[in-house]
Design a protein around this ligand. Sequence first.
Ligand code: GUN
Length: 284
Amino acid sequence: MRAKLISGTELSKIIRNSVTQRVKVLSSKGVIPGLSVVLVGENPASQVYVRNKVKACEEVGFFSTLDTYPSDISEAELLKHIHSLNANPKIHGILVQLPLPKHIDSTRVIEAIDPSKDVDGFHISSAGALVKGLPGFWPCTPFGCMKMLESINYDLKGKHAVVIGRSHIVGKPMALMLLDKNATVTICHSATVNLKEITLQADVIVAAVGRVNLLTSDMVKPGAVVIDVGMNRDDHGKLCGDVDFEAVSAVASYITPVPGGVGPMTITMLLQNTLDAAQKTLIP
Ligand code: GUN
């Protein structure tokens, strides 16, 4: 049987509609959620990402700003801007698009963000909260993957989840979120020996490496759920993920497409986090 599709586009519509409704309620109480997106340099992929984020903010009724800086901005100047955003009551969420130019210490910049405005979930206090199972902002991409699993009522308890990739943005937080839902979690990475042996044992596979055809059908147990976080171009320049979509669809029970899968969910969870940040300002 062919795998069912988990559409990030469709799920995003549902969540963004609910965000729009909540924005109306908040606005009537005098709070308009505000997100500030900071872009340094002219990385074309980053330019597309930040434009999509700002557009999504406008669509749900947020206030948003896109602050762009040349790639030779000094770290001190960038930090000054972060401090001014921290102090701005109209801004509830701050997102610094990564990567930053090499002369800027991105850790120092991320740690300068007020943790109550860290809607990307990259601050060390957000990461610490996730490790300890405390409330805090979850990084948007793995948070979106969890929402996709929730949308099919998938019970992770006792399931074997295999995460391929160990980045701070996706792989590591993804593993912690799966663990939080009582899955048995394995993290695989570039030094993993015999990846296929491990993925064949998985009930859930999250592929987050950034390599075309990383996950092929012979690596997937029949009936497994496959989440594709990859965002690549194939030999013909077509957008694709890390998963051999057609062949794996014949083996898996559920699969996420690229495009229209995890990508839109990342932005949706950014909206959700920003809304939550704004909401918290109402609670004394
Ligand atoms: N670069 C790639 N993905 C992301 C993301 O989710 N947030 C930020 N800030 N930068 C990124």
